[in-house]
Ligand binder design. Structure first.
Ligand SMILES: [Mn+2]
Length: 389
């Protein structure tokens, strides 16, 4: 009888100490300003659970609705980046997201030995919350042994918080984050090339500066490249609403194409591609073109095909140029349907185009047509006769 009482006392005291430990862990992990040593000492898994406060705005990818009283301010802030900055700023930088993958993707097993990747993110006057949420989602949802580094390339931003404040902030992150500054506004292509040149990973993964990577996004991309190093892979691009930051799953039934004005367009995946995969939607889709913002490519293959066309300015046409280049240089381009990354799609561009938007895009498209399209370029010039100079 007495032994039983002893047991109870011992159990009760140890339980108390466990609770004290949990309390201390919770207390220190909640603190944002604590130094990185405390931050690092926590077990990553435990921290992931703790940081998943699913009650906050936008958690689990839910929409953030701004109260009526703040709507005037919200509209003002919207103009800065052409998305709802007020909503974005309310959402945790490491918010939780739903698992939108096909059931068959959740149980896939990938080889242990995968190539590692550098993640290259170009930004120009990006908002703090969207840029950092991109970085956090990469760090928190990628196995660290596969993540060589994150490289942020600043294409001559003018905002102060993107200078020293950003540099100091990223020093405390648990994956090396390098910031490269372009001396003058150079555009997406030349900035990406600079990031690629500075990177060390076996694979280069390009992401936009307002993305959120979901659980399991990276492994299927790298596994496909390991299978065939000449395959360039894109995730399914999920939609993050520019109004509410709601996270909405993209479709595995659309792929990339283009029209004769050389605009990128989404089209339904044709039956022949479904048949080739014997109806298994978890297998990668061969896609004619890519949207361009998000893809992974083997570093050596990227160099073999001559990287990007460095003569293209600012933005526009480079995604089709890269797509045509890949297919015509012995590679293939695929959408890996088990990989999901969200992207804030906007209705208008917030960016300035030195030289004028139309002029820049026309110039890039002419280069695209002249280099890769042989006699098919005539379709482009017939549809857009003013483009010929
Ligand atoms: Mn974008």
């Amino acid at each position: 009888m007495r032994r039983f009482v002893y047991c109870k006392v011992v159990l009760a005291t140890s339980l108390m100490w466990v609770l004290v430990d949990v309390f201390l862990l919770l207390y220190f992990s909640e603190c944002n300003k604590c130094d990185d040593k405390k931050e690092r000492s926590l077990l990553p898994a435990l921290r992931a659970v703790i940081s998943r406060n699913q009650e906050g705005p936008g958690e689990m990818g839910k929409a953030v609705l701004i109260p009526k009283d703040d709507q005037e301010k919200m509209k003002e802030l919207f103009k800065i980046n052409q998305f709802n900055l007020m909503a974005s700023d309310l959402i945790a930088l490491n918010r939780s997201l739903p698992d939108v993958r096909l059931e068959g993707c959740k149980t896939k097993v990938y080889p242990d030995e995968l190539p590692n990747t550098s993640v290259v993110i170009v930004f120009h006057n990006e908002a703090w919350s969207t840029l950092l949420r991109t970085v956090y989602s990469v760090i928190n949802r990628s196995p660290h042994y596969l993540l060589s580094e994150v490289i942020l390339v600043d294409d001559a931003s003018e905002r102060d918080f993107l200078k020293l404040t950003l540099e100091n902030y990223v020093k405390n992150l648990e994956v090396p984050v390098k910031i490269i500054r372009m001396e003058e506004r150079s555009g997406l292509i030349r900035a990406r090339l600079r990031g690629a040149a500075a990177s060390k990973g076996q694979v280069i993964t390009f992401l936009d500066a307002h993305c959120e990577c979901t659980l399991g996004w990276l492994e299927p991309l790298l596994a496909r490249i390991k299978e065939d190093r000449k395959t360039v892979v894109c995730p399914i691009i999920d939609v993050i609403s520019d109004d509410t930051f709601e996270y909405m799953a993209g479709s595995d039934m659309t792929y990339g194409g283009f029209n004769w004005k050389l605009n990128f367009r989404w089209y339904p995946v044709p039956q022949r591609e479904m048949d080739r995969r014997k109806g298994d939607r978890t297998l990668p889709v061969r896609t004619p073109t890519m949207a361009g913002g998000l893809f992974s490519i083997d570093r050596n293959y990227f160099e073999e095909i001559g990287t990007y066309d460095a003569g293209m300015d600012i933005w526009g046409g480079e995604n089709l140029e890269m797509s045509f280049r890949i297919w015509q240089c012995g590679g293939s381009l695929e959408i890996v349907t088990c990989s999901h990354v969200g992207h804030v799609f906007r209705k208008a561009t917030p960016y300035t185009f030195p030289g004028g938007t139309g002029h820049v895009i026309n110039k890039n498209n002419r280069r695209l047509a002249e280099v890769w399209m042989d006699e098919f370029k005539d379709f482009f010039y017939i549809i857009s006769p003013d483009k010929k100079c």
